[in-house]
Write a protein that binds this ligand. Sequence first.
Ligand code: ATP
Length: 135
Amino acid sequence: MADEMMLEIVTPEKMAFNGKVEEVTVPGSEGEFGVLRGHAPLLAGVDIGELHYTQENKRTYYAISTGYAEVTPVKVTILVETAERADLIDKERAQRAKDRAEERIAKMDKEDVEFEKVHTSLQRAITRISVADKK
Ligand code: ATP
């Protein structure tokens, strides 16, 4: 189809996705943004959050963490630390990670050097739990 573009979702571990899509919505660090074929070139930061793309009017959801998105008129490349498709998320594992992070945060003050790190793992867990329900 003429209005398709390439999407690659790459992590240090693997190529999480590589294929043609009609639309992709990315959790940009300055806000969520959608991309269609023909988009102006763009380099953007990516935050922990939900990414989804559309193929033949069907949406597929991923939980992703921080990195970068490179957009050209014909291709979107997502380079992130982690990426899991909704149906491959272990929701119980994410729930355990969330409980662990919340317990640690409850005992910490904001000046703690680990605060940022634990807060970030809490964000990853919350995102995974939410995206797991969208399979
Ligand atoms: P945990 O404490 O459960 O390991 P984490 O947030 O520390 O969670 P990450 O460091 O973000 O885990 O990811 C490590 C690897 O495990 C990555 O490959 C990531 O895709 C995968 N992963 C993490 N949590 C899940 C999950 N709930 N379901 C499926 N894969 C997961």
